[in-house]
Write a protein that binds this ligand. Sequence first.
Ligand SMILES: *Cc1c(COP(=O)(O)O)cnc(C)c1O
Length: 221
Amino acid sequence: MLARIASACLASGRNESDVELVAITKNHPAEVVAELVDLGHWHFGENRDQEASPKSLRLAEIRPDSKPTWHFVGQLQSNKVKSVLRYARVIHSIDRASLVSELAKQLPKFEGSYSGFIELNLTADPGRGGVLPENLPALAESVLNLENFELLGVMAVAGLGEDPKAEFEKVLTASRKLQELAPSANQLSIGMSEDFEVAIALGATHIRVGSAITGPRPTNA
Ligand SMILES: *Cc1c(COP(=O)(O)O)cnc(C)c1O
């Protein structure tokens, strides 16, 4: 995996240290996360609080000296925000005003610093996670007003069956729009197992890779 990232960086003239590998461990037990910790990895991502919350506690039990950074990458219901902030430091999936309001309410109760991304919906289906690109600036304004929270940039999932390059170019366009408002929010959380090499070539700073690291996921019943 690291070799594939290294060669994708080399091919596009990027530094490996500028691409954060977030290992997505959903559907895998804490023991799998522990194995990755033992290999020296510490950025992990999860998409459901019901699973991630006990897993983060279990990891702390079986690897008490580990200091993992948990990333939350899935759709985030407002009533889960409080729980997610207990373990996750980076939220990749900010996608609506009501979620930002809940973050504004909960963040002051927590110590340490938080950061994250606004998720873009690249499809025409408003029911999918993410904000439509035309609504990004308004949402960004409210995220920029959060205390104790740094807006890093935009996140997106390429549509199933779509050309990832074309999909990620839409993200780059939205990212440039965002940087007009917030020049430092220039990071890109794009790229998964199937398309991270394309994402690296286009400037990904965070790739969220699951099955290419852990093998196929056990399916949840
Ligand atoms: C599951 C998931 C990933 C990782 O998917 P793989 O195809 O296994 O690499 C990345 N991002 C999000 C939001 C996910 O839910």
